[in-house]
Every structure is written in C-alpha cells, then in structure tokens.
Design a protein around this ligand. Structure first.
Ligand code: LHQ
Length: 261
C-alpha cells in the first residue's frame, strides 16, 4: 500500500514506520491518523514481523495534533470525540501489539507526539531531541496516555510541573529522569535504533509480547494479582518452542536461535 504521510518498510522480520510530514514537524492530521491505523493493522496481521521501529523525518519526531486542522470555528469542537476516534485507538494499538515497538525520537516531540513516543516499549532519542508538554500552552490537558505514562515513568512532582508549565526537557534529561531508555548521539540514532529493533526481532517474540502484557497490567494490580498473571503467562511461555530452544542452547553452550513462537 502507498501512503501519503507515512511509510512502512518491512525488511525481513523488522518493520520501519516513518512519519513523513517534515515541514509540519510530522504533526498528526486526519490522513496521517488514517494511515497509521492501517499500517498498525498491517503490522499486527503480519506474523513475520517481530519488531517495529517508529521514527520521524526531518528535524521533528512528531509535534502532536496538526493545529492547522484546528482553526477556531463557530461550532464548539468535541475533542473527546477526536481522542475516541484517533488518539486512543493509536495508543491502545501500540500497547496491544504483541511485538516490541522501538521509538527513535529524531527531534522535537510535542503534545501528543510525546504520548506517541512513550506508548512505545523502548525509546531512544537523539541528543538534540526534546520533549515538549505543549498541551497547557494551548489550554488543553495532556492526552495520548500521558497522564498515565508520565507519572509512572518520572514521578508526580516532575510530571505535574512539566504538564502545568508546558515545559520542555532535553533528551539527556529525559534519559536521566527515566522517561526514555537512552539518549544517543544524533548521528548514531538511526543505526542504534535499527540495531535495537533488529536484535529484539531475533529474541523470543512470544515471551516479549507477554512481557508487554505483564507490564501493561503491573500498575493497576496488587502483588497477588500480578503473581497470578505471571503464572498464567509463564505457563504459556513454558509451552513455547522458544523456551525449549533456549534451554537446549544453554545446555549445548551455544547461542539460541529463536523462531519467535
Ligand atoms: C506545526 C505544529 C503543529 C501544525 C509545528 N501543527 N504545524 C488532541 C486532540 C485534539 C486536538 C488537539 O490536540 C490533541 C493533542 C495535542 O497534540 S495538543 C498539542 C499540539 N501541539 C502543539 O501545541 C505543539 C505546537 N508546536 C510547537 O509548540 C513548536 O512548533 C515546537 C515546540 C514543536 C517546535 O518549535 P520550533 O522548533 O521553534 O519550530 P516551529 O514552531 O518553527 O515549527 C516549524 C514548523 O512546523 C512551523 O511551520 P512554518 O510554516 O512556520 O515553518 C510550525 O507552524 C509547524 N508546526 N507544530 N502541531
């Protein structure tokens, strides 16, 4: 399929999803939302894909909602409907993908662009990248899962201040605060992120998907519930051919070759 605002390139077991509206810092318009939904569905349905890498073109990662589509009008807008239609399915879709999703934040991420990055599983950012909690600058509250992700990642004190003052943090601070996995030199971002995705694609995919499930639930369950969930998931993991291969490779003192099931 040909897309106008994104590209989806599949090479072997890794898919590369690129946001392609560089002149608007890859802000999300209706077409891009449509195309992202189709692309995520295509990734979800393609069982050969074992890792997804998400990045942007140009000097931005994603500047959130395209504000050019949001000119003041006489009809009061229903932003709740916009979230229901586009943003919430996007976050849910990324969290529900049973494969690791790596974000390569190549430049500024603002508003929903921050949420998009943090909805990914492993986030790398270029040294020159920054994260701007732009919502309150235009009279909105953080969405795209940010009121859920951010306090869990960096704690309530830092989250509250950033959300209220519309603040910006640089990638290095984001890494130091535990908001992202790591900050890398600009010129190395693409290769490091690609290596990261390709390496994850060689790992036991089914187990990685279940790690995602366990972590998706860990914040709102008590220890007893989480232990029960671990038991259920581990029972499934224990029946996988990757577990069999992992133990066999250990005994044979060689690297395992995981088939992903
Ligand atoms: C943009 C945008 C943009 C259009 C830069 N739209 N053109 C959900 C539900 C429904 C509605 C509302 O929203 C949401 C969730 C949200 O995401 S709300 C938050 C929306 N995003 C923002 O408020 C961020 C707005 N952008 C900025 O604050 C700055 O552009 C940042 C901090 C991202 C980057 O600043 P600079 O590096 O100084 O770049 P710039 O401002 O010069 O932008 C470059 C170009 O990109 C410029 O166009 P131009 O034609 O003048 O070169 C901007 O107009 C355009 N652009 N963000 N969101």
């Amino acid at each position: 399929m040909t897309y106008a605002t994104i590209s989806l390139d599949i090479s072997d077991t890794t898919a590369l999803l690129t946001l392609k509206r560089p002149d608007k810092l890859n802000s999300l318009n209706a077409v891009m939302h449509e195309e992202l939904a189709v692309a995520l569905q295509a990734v979800a349905e393609n069982t050969r894909i074992r890792a997804l890498l998400l990045t942007g073109t140009g000097r931005g990662f994603c500047a959130g909602q395209d504000l050019d589509e949001r000119s003041p009008s006489r009809t009061p807008p229903d932003l709740g409907a916009t979230l229901d239609r586009w943003y919430n399915p996007l976050v849910r879709g990324l969290r529900a993908l049973p494969i690791p999703v790596v974000a390569a934040v190549n430049g500024v991420a603002a508003g929903a662009g921050v949420g998009l990055a943090l909805a990914c599983d492993v986030v790398l950012a270029a040294q020159s990248a920054s994260f701007v909690m732009a919502f309150s600058n235009i009279g909105l509250i953080p969405d795209t899962g940010l009121t859920w992700f951010l306090p869990r990642l960096i704690g309530p004190a830092r989250s509250t201040a950033l959300m209220m003052n519309g603040g910006k943090i640089q990638a290095e601070d984001a890494a130091r605060w535990g908001m992202i996995w790591k900050c890398v030199d600009d010129e190395n971002l693409r290769s490091e992120a690609l290596n990261c995705a390709q390496e994850l694609a060689q790992r036991p995919t089914k187990a990685l998907g279940m790690i995602k499930t366990a972590l998706n639930h860990c914040w709102d369950q008590n220890l007893d519930q989480q232990l029960d969930l671990e038991r259920t998931l581990q029972r499934t993991a224990g029946l996988s051919s990757d577990y069999e291969e992992g133990v066999k490779a250990f005994h044979e003192k060689r690297q395992p070759v995981f088939a992903g099931h």
